[in-house]
Ligand binder design. Sequence first.
Ligand code: FES
Length: 97
Amino acid sequence: MADGHSTDSGTGVKHKFELVVCMGTSCYTMGAAAHIDKLVDTVHQKYGERVNITANICLGQCLLENSRPPYVKLDDDIIPDATIERIVENIDKRCKK
Ligand code: FES
């Protein structure tokens, strides 16, 4: 891409990312709630309207053996140990595709 950002094929329209922050008990107690305000500010400052942020009560990952909360879901991918840095890093990677 000329501008280094992903676009939907053939349309020239930039892909809009869907970021779902898990606010279920496991993720909440492992820090999701503590960084939600900073996460929203950081993501909106860096990506503006390109990232839509919503919350979910449980992404189902905490039921897995060796789960690593807090979790977020970025489009169709689950991200464990979801610090703000890891989330931004994942969005950045997708923007460059
Ligand atoms: S509480 Fe976050 S995955 Fe279940």
